[in-house]
Structure formats: C-alpha cells, structure tokens
Design a protein. Structure first.
Length: 385
C-alpha cells in the first residue's frame, strides 16, 4: 500500500427529514447565502424546507447556477457575498451547485484574480467561507470532498481545483429529495460514480486490499441498484444505496493509499467544454477506450475486476480483459448513456481540437504512470468515435 494522509471533516446528515436539522448547523448570527440552480429545488419543495429550517436566520438567495457552473455566473454571486456581508453559504442542488459554491467560497476571500484558483488547481487558496450543502443529485461526491470543477465560457475551459479549505462543513443527504430527478440525471449519476470508483481502482496492484474490496463493493452496488432506480424511481431503499455509494465513491476513502488514473475525467472535461455533453456522457464514451488502449498496463487489476465485479472466469487473459471492458460499456448502455462520440454527433474532426485543448491545459502526462501523452490521448479519442 502507498503512504497517505487522510482526513475528511464533512458532517453527513443522512435520511428523511434531515433538512430540518440545518438550523443547528449554521451559527445563529450568520448571514447566509443560499445558492441553487435552474429551479428544480423550488419546484420540488426542497428550497421551502430549507427556508423553513432557517426561518430564524438572515438569508439571501442566489439562483441560476447552471450545469457545469460558469465562472461568469459565479462571479455575480461573489459580488453578492461582498455587497451583503455574507459569512455562510448553503448550496442546494447537484454537483454543479455545490462545486459552484466551493468556488464562490474561495473566490470571495481570494487575494488576486479568482480565475487563478482554477489555473493553479487550488494551490493558491489559503482560506474560504464556510458552507454546507443539501444534495439533490447523487453523482459527483462533491458533497463530501474538496474538489470543484468550473467552466469559463469565454475561454471554453473547464478546469478543476482542489483545496482542503472547501470541504463542506455539513451535507444533508435525504434520498427522497432525489425522487424528482429525470431519468437522464439518474443515469448520469450512476455512471459518474462508477467511473470515479474505477479511476481509483483500476490501475496497478499495491496490495491495497481494503481499498480494492471497498471499491468492488461499491461497483457491485451500482450494478445492482442503478437499473432499479430507472425502473422504480420512488424506491427509498434503492435511492438510499445509490446516494451513499456516490458519496463514498469520491470522498477520499477508497483512493487513499492507491494509485489513481484521472485520464477519463480530464479528457471528458475537454469534451464538455467544447461540445457541451453532460459530464457523465463524456465518461461513458472515454472510459471503455482508456481501458482498451491502456489494457496492458492495467492487466492485473483488469483481470481482478473481470473476476470479482463481473464474475468472468472463462477464457484466456485477453478474452477476460476484453469481456470486462465490454461488460462496462454494456452497463453504461443499459443505464441509457451512449458510449460513442458519434452517438452525440461528434466526428473525427473533433480530435485535433480536443488534443489542442488538452495540451493548452497541461494535460500531457495523464494516467497512473503519467504516460498518457497527447499521442495516447489521440488513440483514446480515435477509439471513442
Ligand atoms: O439546475 P436545476 O434546476 O437544479 O436542475 C439540475 C440540473 O439541470 C437537475 N437536478 C438536480 N437535482 C434535481 C434535478 N432535477 C430534478 N430533481 C432533482 N432532485 O439536474 C441537472 C444536472 O445537475 P448538475 O448539478 O449539473 O449535475 P451533477 O451533479 O452531475 O454535477 C455535474 C458537475 O459536477 C462536476 C462535473 O464536471 C459537472 O460540472 N464534477 C464534480 C466533481 C467533484 N466536485 O468532485 C467530480 C466529478 O467528477 C465532476 O467532474
Ligand atoms: Zn465525475
């Protein structure tokens, strides 16, 4: 096992009716800015529950944080924080709202041009406003991690930052709040969480037995429960399991002490920035190609994945590895997420543009061995067509 430091300070409030407890989690004298997206939380009553819980607090609202939140929109919220002397933020929504709120929290007290937070991937962040979240879309793990991804529309750049200052103080996970998700977002969430787990698991062995078995357990749960969420959307047990899997998939636990490979995400971000695909759609396209192109480097873990996650025991090594990759693609398709660039109307002419963007953002040595150079990314993209 590799060495690691691990700390996760986020307090999780899990279950029905837990929004009512928010009032005890935010200091009474705080001036709170509630942030949300395009209105789903207004329609489904989540925002009303939050407001009821905070009836004795001073609250302000900032709406309109879009999927793949933009710097342009978030800077308006930063202005609102300054004008109203806000000292606590509360994100109500999916990963985009939570990520956006992390950026607002850091940017509001940042010395310098806030876009540098992204350019430096968080290295310059020294403090942030405290914030909590009410999660309505299990997918990104943002509710219990210190990462965020922000898009600058004018530059067509989608960049990530990490900082220990942007862990949420608390996050409410009420599975009932996910009942109103449209099927496309249920599917996106399952695929995103699946890929997060794979990127921390499917590298090379370091004898991280606990991490491996946790990861395999989470993957098996997604395979079992994901399709059920599409079939019976109001099933509390199914939603609870999916919600907790998505959080554990990216809260630092399974990735501590093992190598990681975020190539799929980094290539995927460029596709979203350029062509606007949903985050999970890009992952469903790129992951099977990464596994195929990097098969030899991932051989041992790929064989373990084949056997323990998909029960594949027949055939020679090559056949078992290929069967595991096929099963992965089939699972994404079963979840109604298409797995080829051409399914989204994107052709060969996209490849030079995407490679140019990867290089512009310094994504020239990806993967657990840092050997996914632009030439290898090119192969991955060609295989994804
Ligand atoms: O904007 P509203 O009206 O709220 O609608 C949203 C949005 O249109 C809707 N939605 C959310 N909860 C709902 C709901 N609709 C009905 N009922 C509900 N309960 O769903 C749509 C998508 O929401 P969004 O927040 O964009 O989705 P997701 O949670 O998948 O977040 C994606 C973003 O997270 C980033 C992605 O890059 C992308 O920008 N990621 C963040 C990570 C992190 N912080 O660690 C890691 C991930 O890999 C990912 O990169
Ligand atoms: Zn993701």
């Amino acid at each position: 096992m590799l060495d690691f430091n691990f700390a996760n300070p986020t307090h999780i409030l899990f279950g029905k009716g837990k929004i009512a407890e928010i009032k005890n989690k935010i200091p009474a004298k705080s001036r709170v800015l509630i942030t949300y997206g395009g209105g789903s939380v207004k329609k489904n009553g989540t925002l009303d529950e939050v407001l009821a819980s905070l009836s004795d607090h001073t609250v302000f609202e900032f709406s309109g944080i879009e999927p793949n939140p933009t710097y342009e929109t978030l800077m308006k919220a930063v202005e609102m924080v300054h004008t109203n002397s806000i000292d606590f933020l509360l994100a109500v929504g999916g990963g985009s709202v939570i990520d956006g709120t992390k950026f607002i929290a850091a940017a509001a007290v940042f010395d310098g041009e806030p876009w540098d937070i992204l350019v430096q991937h968080g290295a310059g962040v020294r403090k942030a406003l405290p914030f909590g979240s009410v999660l309505t879309l299990p997918a990104t793990g943002s509710e219990m991690n210190s990462g965020a991804v922000v898009t600058r529309k004018s530059l067509q750049a989608k960049l990530a930052f990490l900082s220990p200052f942007v862990f949420p103080v608390f996050s409410v996970l009420d599975p009932e709040k996910t009942y109103t998700l449209p099927p496309r977002q249920i599917s996106n969430g399952v695929v995103d969480a699946f890929v997060h787990i794979v990127e921390q698991y499917l590298t090379y062995p370091v004898n991280g037995k606990v991490q491996d078995r946790f990861a395999e357990g989470l993957l098996l749960t997604l395979i079992e429960e994901g399709p059920k969420a599409l079939e019976t959307p109001q099933d509390y047990e199914v939603r609870s399991n999916l919600m907790w899997v998505a959080t554990l998939a990216l809260n630092g636990l399974i990735g501590a002490g093992v190598p990681q490979d975020w190539a799929t995400h980094m290539i995927g971000h460029e596709i979203t920035a350029r062509y606007g695909l949903d985050h999970a759609q890009t992952l469903a396209v790129i992951l099977p190609s990464v596994l195929t192109v990097c098969k030899e480097h991932k051989r041992e873990k790929l064989l373990q994945y084949a056997e323990r996650v998909w029960g594949i025991k027949e055939g020679d090594r090559e056949q078992r590895m290929n069967a595991a990759i096929d099963k992965t693609r089939d699972f994404f398709e079963q979840m109604q997420v298409k797995t080829r660039l051409s399914d989204y109307g994107i052709g060969k002419d996209s490849i030079p543009l995407l490679l140019e963007q990867l290089q512009a953002h310094g994504m020239i040595a990806l993967g657990e061995h840092q050997d996914i150079t632009p030439d290898v990314s090119k192969k991955i993209l060609e295989y994804s067509l």
